[in-house]
Design a binder for this molecule. Sequence first.
Ligand SMILES: C[S@@+](CC[C@H](N)C(=O)[O-])C[C@H]1O[C@@H](n2cnc3c(N)ncnc32)[C@H](O)[C@@H]1O
Ligand SMILES: [Zn+2]
Length: 193
Amino acid sequence: MEERSPTTSDWAEVRGSEVHGRGMFAVKDIPEGEYIIEYLGERIDKEESDRRGNALYDESQETGGAQVYLFTLDENWDLDGNFDWNTARLVNHSCEPNCEAQIDDELRIWLTAIRDIERGEELSFNYGFGIEDYERHPCLCGSRKCVGYILSEDFWPELRRTIKKKKAKEERKAAKERARQRKKDKKKKNKFS
Ligand SMILES: C[S@@+](CC[C@H](N)C(=O)[O-])C[C@H]1O[C@@H](n2cnc3c(N)ncnc32)[C@H](O)[C@@H]1O
Ligand SMILES: [Zn+2]
């Protein structure tokens, strides 16, 4: 693809983020419903998207990075936003986001305010990740609703069940270990008394 200069927005700018690396921040109050910045990229068919998705997945297995740049546009097309000039790719994930990615009639993606946003607030949207490998994507959004992982809200009930089951299993294991230790201590005590 040709070299392009990074996209800008009248509403937001790039700054260092406490959530992760760089993020985008509102430079003025943004009203709910406002289109803030276009999420640009290359439109690709499903076959190419699968190929790039698999390559990103392989890379993420090594680096721990996440494949966040591929968006589904419709049944035929996806958009790969993994380009330096796509400034909107820097928007971080939040479990309590103030934006969402909206697709318009021309299959263009816009980061849109889902509530009034105050000047200085960091912009965020839910990355919509699947639940497989969720542990590889811990979330540091810091919101009151944070579920601890970068995950689509559709999977939150499943995540809560999974975490509950895991915790119960760990507690059973710890109780077993404590019982085993008590037995061992008792045996030792009997031996010396
Ligand atoms: C597309 S980048 C977003 C911009 C990123 N902050 C940067 O400076 O490159 C996506 C990556 O940012 C990180 N990230 C985004 N939101 C996060 C969050 N809520 N908690 C932890 N890491 C996050 C993850 O490493 C994710 O793979
Ligand atoms: Zn979170």
